[in-house]
Design a protein around this ligand. Sequence first.
Ligand code: KG4
Ligand code: ZN
Length: 342
Amino acid sequence: MLVLGLETSCDETGVALYDSERGLLADALFSQIDLHRAYGGVVPELASRDHVKRMLPLIRQVLAEAGCVATDIDAVAYTAGPGLVGALLVGASCAQALAFAWDIPAIGVHHMEGHLLAPMLEATPPAFPFVALLVSGGHTQLVRVDGIGQYQLLGESLDDAAGEAFDKTAKLMGLRYPGGPEIARLAERGTPGRFVFPRPMTDRPGLDFSFSGLKTFTLNTWQQCQNGGDDSEQSRCDVALAFQQAVVETLTIKCRRALKQTGLNSLVIAGGVSANRALRTSLEDMTAALKGNVFYARPAFCTDNGAMIAYAGCQRLLAGQHEGLAITVQARWPMEQLPALH
Ligand code: KG4
Ligand code: ZN
């Protein structure tokens, strides 16, 4: 089954062709980062308009790259939520229109299920069951995964998501949007041990997270540096490193706890923050000590992309699921509400 996947939940237009027999055939992405950078974050109206502009050229591009024509496509998968409603509607309307015109099924995919399954596109995919750490701009969740659609939420952030904490902290420090890659880049040149920040909520039991206090702590430290006349690049790097280390160690402690609690030793990390190299290394060390493994997607498939939507949609379509003709999207959508595939 050849599936066209469309991702438009936020600030990236992602389009891909995934074939259930041959794997991923083509994948194209247009990132709107330059468009939103001047505003320090995503402007929803601008995002929607840009998705409209990019969608059809990207679809033509993946068809050409895969050497396919429209009539080869068996189904269309699109992100139906969670995300920005206006942006989601672009992908949903486009997918439903194409499916209607081509007389093929369409399926709405849950964006976080897309992220969660993205490591399945790699050479060594994880096997069920596993614990997943979903860390994106909008979500930080620990989930027990027993199969597609068999999700048990173990813990989540009570305030900012991990990616959001990176983005907001970066903004407070005068860095560019998106903040995650910027902080990661500065942290590489940071002095280990110069600043040590708290590891929020690690001193009490449970698997929930809280990152907003860490953001304030980081801002205060940076302001103290500046007030003392030190706004050097080195100090910025040192603060960035201390912040990143606090996030990474907090996530690692909670992942270890989740593995212990479930008795599992496979961990999947997915979503934009899973591209962070320090996080990957820390989780690799932690799982190795438990004689387990950590799985993640290639960096381009950690952040938003069409391939994960085409893949997730394909699995659900193969199980017989598809949508009616109505165009419905959801800004909020708990992943546990998804039906299981048996
Ligand atoms: O999954 P994603 O592309 O979009 C959402 O679904 O939200 O995640 C974007 C988030 C942003 O907050 C961005 O700053 C963060 O992922 N991110 C990173 C890195 N690359 C992207 N955070 C830390 N380190 C990175 N290397
Ligand atoms: Zn995402």
